[in-house]
Design a protein around this ligand. Structure first.
Ligand code: FAD
Ligand code: NAP
Length: 314
């Protein structure tokens, strides 16, 4: 009987790992998770994935990657893993199904971070969002804000500027973290205003009426603590991502922000110096630095090749 591999996640890392593993003859199953296709499905244009002279759409790219994995022989399961017992080599899905594996590639990526202020929860879905491509159309011709200073915040702002009346970017420092080409586009866009050195102190709105929603933001200066209010009907939080590693807490080594730490591609179990045999990780879940589709895909390839060597050795 052939040894089986489970790949957790259907983003760039998971799909690429599946392509390589299935082509190597390994019985490969991708468990897609609750975001099939991963983070690139919540963006529009992708200009930096090699092989395409013109910009392509993120959701289309991910459809193609999954179709390619399937074409190579990988099985695709729609489930989300809620419990992992790595010693027993079992996974339990939201569906109630239990999965066993000889080898596992963890490619669970990362999810949007939130500010953590109570009003963010109060107005979630009623003016607060973490995905402009999903929710931007609700704010056509309105005034909106984007919080953050990385590539995501700038892309969100540029996307919203095509739909909304004005876009205000709120950033806690006086310089963007994102790449130069996006910085220039944002700074020169006539509909985009930047408020530097500020954080969101409170999201203001109407909680009384049934149709209530966001009406403005109270901002706090990070330099002198002063506050100001701006009127907006929507606020898009784009302050980075948190690795999806909660189900491995206490089982695998992680850095202080929850990213899996790797030794030559293999995850390391908590309190052990040696890698856990047959368990690999790839993509954003194990990469706090590069976090690109192409690097995730590259890590997926590496994990599958390592996995193949491992399965041949047992
Ligand atoms: P992800 O894409 O995060 O996929 C993770 C997968 O794991 C998902 O399928 C999810 O359903 C699954 N999963 C999670 N938890 C579980 C679980 N418990 N059980 C089962 N499955 C699970 N990069 C670029 O190179 N170019 C760009 O233009 C670009 N634009 C971006 C725009 C936005 C708005 C964002 C947010 C990111 C962008 N990135 C871009 C970054 C890029 O999307 C990521 O680097 C890439 O998606 C990482 O791929 P991944 O496979 O590691 O993880
Ligand atoms: P990021 O690069 O980590 O940037 C997060 C931004 O949010 C930073 O500017 C940070 O401020 C700010 N921030 C963090 N916590 C905050 C808080 N509590 N309150 C206010 N502001 C806060 O995250 P990202 O922009 O989502 O990008 C993630 C990765 O995906 C990156 O590697 C990026 O290159 C990649 N990506 C690439 C593209 C592309 O290639 N076109 C597009 C999108 C994303 P500081 O700067 O002060 O830390």
């Amino acid at each position: 009987m052939s040894k089986n591999l489970i790949i957790l996640g259907s983003g760039a890392a998971g799909c690429t790992a599946a392509i390589y593993a299935a082509r190597a003859g390994i019985a490969t199953t991708i468990i897609r998770g609750n975001q099939p296709g991963g983070q690139l499905t919540i963006t529009t244009e992708v200009e930096n994935y090699p092989g395409f002279a013109e910009a392509i759409q993120g959701p289309w790219l991910m459809e193609q990657m999954e179709a390619q994995a399937k074409h190579c022989g990988a099985a695709i399961v729609s489930d989300h893993i809620t419990e992992a017992n790595l010693t027993a080599r079992t996974l339990t899905g939201q569906s109630g199904e239990t999965y066993t594996f000889d080898a596992l590639i963890i490619a669970t990526g990362a999810s949007a971070k939130w500010l953590g202020i109570p009003s963010e929860q109060t107005f979630n879905g009623k003016g607060v969002s973490a995905c402009a491509t999903c929710d931007g159309a609700f704010y056509r011709n309105q005034h909106v804000a984007v919080v953050g200073g990385g590539n995501s915040a700038m892309e969100e702002a540029l996307y919203l500027a095509n739909i909304c009346e004005t876009v205000t970017i709120i950033h806690r420092r006086d310089d963007f973290r994102g790449e130069m080409v996006l910085r220039d586009k944002v700074k020169n866009h006539p509909k985009i205003t930047i408020i530097w050195n500020s954080t969101v102190d409170e999201i203001l709105g109407d909680t009384e009426s049934f149709m209530g929603g966001v009406t403005g933001l109270r901002l706090k200066s990070t330099t002198d603590g002063s506050t100001q209010e701006i009127p907006v009907t929507g606020v898009f939080i784009a302050i980075g991502h948190k690795p999806n590693t909660d189900i491995f807490t206490g089982q695998l080594d992680m850095d202080e922000t929850g990213y899996l730490t790797l030794i030559k591609g293999t995850v390391t179990p908590t309190h052990h110096a040696q890698p856990l045999p047959g368990i690999f990780a790839a993509g954003d879940v194990a990469d706090s630095v590069y976090r690109q589709a192409v690097t995730a895909a590259g890590m997926g390839c590496m994990a599958a090749l390592d996995c193949n060597r491992y399965l041949e050795s047992i």
